[in-house]
Design a protein around this ligand. Structure first.
Ligand code: HEM
Length: 365
């Protein structure tokens, strides 16, 4: 299956039903580069992305001249596009005098403020550009990232990357998958087209109209400690049951949580500092964010412990919606004992170009 790139109402990889695998890679513009370098890069990336999403190589795999190097590295040849999407994000650092873009900054694009319980590592945060590459085949996903990075080598340096698997969010018609803490993730998410229009897509935003903002957080889990915890305590932390994923006030996954229900002894059934109690729209002036995350693992850490977590990716038409939520969660979420936010980035995702045009072209007009 393949997704179209040009002439779409919105950029790919956001409202698209989550594929099985995802790599996020971020880049910095190399020292000495200027606006025209960025412009060339966005034009070349756009053409390459449209080919990759159609299941084509970015260029020749097998050159006719024996002394030539290949334009495409070849490892996806013969494979299906596997629903590949590539989503390009522009970081706050691009919008300055050096690139001639100081007056073109997307209205709400600013570096994220320091948030409670941040444990950010500089080498895993920030970036001038982001690529979110998702597909149902890890080889196809990696091939796309590798070739996009390869053709950008003269202009950018890689900054950080997270290799995700096993989606941690569901789209329409998909079963809710599970995160690495073993709980269903994505039960109550932005799903209906009207909710995308209300909470995700930018309206009346000049050249950014139809685009959105992307927040990426690499959230490490203390897997061993979690695995030693009683399931009843784990359920208390989320406010949901483990196998079914039902709210503690309901029976089935899709039952609406009742945050005011009390037990016989007068205590709330769902703890007010349970993850879903703090995050639910009902308790946040009706605000929703689209979560489109993946599980990740980096193998084992220096202490011999499993190094894994959640590649949290959110899309919002106002970054403040994420900031407000994470301020509440970071301050009092019961889950905090088992997680730490180690990586972070924010990017503006421009709308998709029309045929013959490229991402961000309006910046250089
Ligand atoms: C709900 C896990 C981080 C926002 C949930 C649910 C789980 C979960 C299991 C319940 C099922 C569902 O409705 O999807 C996690 C884990 C995290 C994490 C393991 C970190 C490792 C975050 C962060 C945010 C967030 C950083 C936002 C700043 C939400 C929201 C809901 C939710 C908005 C829906 C609440 C509702 O309406 O009931 N999360 N989450 N989560 N989470 Fe998280």
């Amino acid at each position: 299956k393949s997704h179209a790139f040009y002439d779409q109402p919105h950029p790919p990889g956001i409202q698209t039903p989550p594929q099985r695998h995802c790599i996020v890679m971020t880049f910095d513009m190399s020292e000495g580069t200027v606006g025209s370098d960025l412009q060339t890069l966005l034009a070349r990336w756009s053409a390459a992305i449209s080919r990759l999403m159609a299941g084509q190589p970015v260029g020749q795999v097998q050159p006719t001249r024996t002394e030539a190097i290949g334009q495409d590295t070849g490892e996806a040849s013969g494979l299906d596009p596997a629903s590949l999407t590539v989503t390009v994000g522009l970081g706050p650092g691009l919008f300055d005098k050096r690139f001639g873009l100081a007056t073109k900054r997307p209205a709400l694009l600013r570096p994220l403020p320091v948030l409670p319980s941040d444990a950010l590592v500089t080498s895993q945060s920030g970036g001038d550009l982001s690529l979110q590459v998702c597909s149902d085949d890890p080889q196809v996903t990696y091939h796309a990232v590798r070739n996009l990075a390869r053709m950008a080598r003269d202009t950018v340096q890689t900054r950080w990357t997270v290799i995700g698997f096993g989606r941690a969010s569901a789209g329409g018609g998909q079963q809710t998958p599970r995160n690495l803490l073993g709980f269903k993730d994505g039960t109550r998410n932005v799903r209906e087209p009207e909710e995308f229009d209300r909470f995700v897509w930018l309206k009346d935003a000049g050249w950014m109209t139809g685009g959105t903002y992307q927040v990426v957080r690499k959230i490490e889990m203390d897997i061993e400690i979690w695995d030693a915890d009683r399931v009843s305590d784990q359920e208390h932390i989320f406010g949901r049951t483990k196998l079914e994923g039902a709210p503690l006030t309901g029976r089935t996954e899709m039952d609406t949580p009742n945050f005011s229900a009390q037990a016989k002894d007068g205590t709330p059934v769902i703890d007010p500092t349970a993850h879903i109690a703090l995050a639910a729209a009902e308790n946040n002036q009706g605000v929703k964010i689209l979560r489109r995350g993946y599980n990740y693992t980096d193998g084992i850490n220096q202490f011999g412990q499993l190094d894994a977590g959640l590649l949290f990716i959110a899309y919002v038409n106002d970054p403040q919606h994420f900031i407000t939520l994470q301020r509440r969660l970071g301050a009092s979420d019961l889950l905090n004992e088992y997680i730490s936010h180690v990586g972070s980035g924010i990017f503006a995702v421009p709308p998709t170009p029309a045929t013959g045009h490229y991402i961000g072209e309006q910046l250089f007009a």
